[in-house]
Design a protein around this ligand. Structure first.
Ligand code: SF4
Ligand code: SF4
Length: 313
């Protein structure tokens, strides 16, 4: 069954798929997270303080779940916005990934159920009563922790999941199932002595412990209050998210363009000039980002970010 699941995940377009046994996270991870919250490094992302016990144990989030099937979907774009232009993070180039990922995970769930029916005999164990549940970003679960446990890759100094031979430009999705599956071995950390991401970070957000309050991704997407003046000169040319700690990572030299058309940038997005960004109307914004993750920030926030790029260094 495990080999079947991985084969099916590959057919569905996932670059990597692994399995972890569902249960409480390790105490060290729990303590790390609690300390991070206590130090307020999550800023205004109050949702990270909620559902703490569920976040630490997926069997509380999805009762009856025994295994987590973790899948990675490539979003590395085939074409990118010119370096000299104002730009948005790669993950937001195309359509919102939540639906794309969930659809694929539920197709995987259906394939597993069909396979179980085909191979069941009168002596087979009772099938699980639990309906598989796809978890994509919106549920309280530590995706990268479970991806590392499931052997997909490791969490680098840039706090991204790095897949050996493929890099870090991946969306992660988890299928929680009620079947006891054989778990994969966790992936060891292979950052070694590298610190390219720390050097590339414009704000020092990765120094020692990741601090979301200093991260341009957080500042330009999640933070609802105005960006403080000290960070303003560091924002340009980013107007939605930041990829610097990923593009600088040597493992991303292996990144291959995705063939998931939903994540391709539109020609219009690629051609936007700085003057066009500055003059962007609400109607143009709606047309440019229809079904996109950029809607998360909203028009006014994007306009504020564009304005922020004019701050003097
Ligand atoms: S996303 Fe940008 S600002 Fe945030 S940690 Fe990475 S390099 Fe630093
Ligand atoms: S840039 Fe270097 S230290 Fe940072 S995540 Fe990549 S390999 Fe690890």
């Amino acid at each position: 069954m495990e080999a079947f699941i991985k084969q099916k995940a590959c057919e569905l377009g996932f670059t990597a798929c692994g399995i972890a046994k569902a249960g409480p996270v390790e105490e060290a991870e729990r303590q790390r997270y609690l300390k991070w919250i206590e130090e307020q490094r999550h800023g205004e992302m109050g949702y990270l303080e909620r559902n703490i016990e569920k976040r630490f144990d997926p069997t509380l989030l999805v009762p009856g779940c025994k295994s987590l099937i973790v899948c990675a979907l490539n979003y590395f774009p085939p074409q990118t916005i010119k370096e000299s232009h104002l730009r948005i993070a790669y993950y937001a180039y195309g359509k919102d990934y939540h639906k794309v990922l969930k659809d694929k995970l539920y197709q995987l769930a259906q394939a597993i159920e069909e396979r179980k029916k085909e191979s069941s005999t009168s002596s087979s164990p009772q099938p699980s009563a639990m309906k598989p549940r796809a978890l994509v970003d919106s549920a309280p679960i530590l995706e990268r922790y479970w991806a590392q446990k499931a052997g997909l890759g490791w969490i680098g100094r840039n706090r991204q999941l790095i897949i050996p031979g493929a890099g870090s430009f991946f969306f992660l999705g988890i299928l929680a199932v009620g079947d006891e599956l054989k778990a994969d071995n966790p992936c060891p950390n292979r950052c070694g002595t590298c610190h390219a991401c720390l050097d590339a970070c414009p704000t020092g957000a990765l120094k020692e412990v990741f601090d979301a309050r200093k991260c341009i991704s957080y500042l330009t997407i999640e933070q609802k209050t105005p960006i403080s003046s000290g960070f303003l000169p560091l924002i340009k040319p980013r107007i939605y998210g930041c990829d610097s700690c990923q593009t600088s990572c040597p493992w991303n030299r292996f990144a291959q363009a995705t063939d998931e058309k939903a994540f391709f940038p539109s020609d219009k997005l690629l051609q936007m000039t700085d003057a066009e960004w500055e003059a962007l109307s609400e109607e143009q914004y709606a047309a440019l980002f229809a079904e996109s993750a950029v809607e998360r920030a909203g028009y006014n926030k994007l306009k504020d970010n564009i304005q922020a790029t004019k701050a003097e260094k």
